[in-house]
Design a protein around this ligand. Sequence first.
Ligand code: GLA
Length: 387
Amino acid sequence: MNPRPATPAESARTFTELYGGHPDGIWYAPGRVNIIGEHTDYNDGFALPMALPRTTRVAARRRDDGLLRLHSTRGGGRITELRVPDLAPGTVEGWARYPAGTVWALAEAGHPVGGADLHIDSTVPTGAGLSSSAALECAVAVAYDALYGLGLPGPELARTAQRAENAFAGVPCGVMDQMASLCCVEGAALHLDSRTLEHRQVPFDLTAHDLTLLVLDTRVQHDLADGAYAALRAGCERAARLLGLPALRDLPADRLPEALAGLPAGLAPLVRHVVTENARVAEAEALLAAGDTRALGPLLTAGHASLRDDYRVSCAETDLAVDTAVAAGALGARMTGGGFGGSVIALTPAALARAVTEAVTTAFARAGHRPPAVLEAVPSQGAGRLA
Ligand code: GLA
């Protein structure tokens, strides 16, 4: 189900064809799925993502003349040439915003970084809600950290990559994707406190419980994604202000009914989602700690209902995938990531993974949707050096 990534030797060979000579090294960063804790990160809340066995790789060589040369196998074969001192928000278009933005954000933070030659390739699907942009930013961040001897810890690189996305690429995301890509370890999900960036590894052994975590990529991304995300974020921030709180994370569950009663009708469901979703993260971690991995299923489905009915970020395709997966024997399923399309995760007894996949594919065909792309989510290692 997973495509074969370029080997380090293949990446190095392509680098040599493009730029001559050899790269100083090859670094990588993975995409992610979020198990539970959606739209909580920009409310200073909690999430439980894990890294995927799909990565973006960067073969990189430091240059001391300030030139940044970028090539991606997904970028149409062209080499983009930029000058690091001239980088500024609004000056770079398309996919190159993410690597260029990362270099800009490092420089802006006062780190002594200059140019580089970069060759990028990736097996993280784009537009699938699996954080291909965070994987790209984080792969460049770890490469630059090594090329320029910065020695920055994961959370600091994550904040820098988030700043690249917010201020340079113009996407008002939270920090969950970057933290997952940088700080996850193999065999575990990542408990993340988005306020402090405190994090800890939560062992997540699917095989020991005869489970498969399927990722069903609906292959749709509805247009309103960007504007709607910003509007939801603004709505949450307004609700927090009205409640006199620094962020919605500060609203305890037992004060929820009283808080909802005092809020405008448009904001109350957003607040209910965020507060109940933070509680679901804590519950999921308690279940995993107790070895009750199968009981995660109903919690995932409850999370989906909250995203569908309160937060309103699901869509016909993700709802159909969730309902069909559960009807076909999945223990639970939910959309993952920002929403308005993208991917659904389904926690499935391993023996039923094929049946669930077939049921969703058949239901999509009947509804006139394109067949979903399916991959298996295995908790994988966060960003690092490959060669
Ligand atoms: C996107 C954003 C994240 C997070 C999720 C929703 O993936 O990039 O920061 O807000 O949506 O949980």
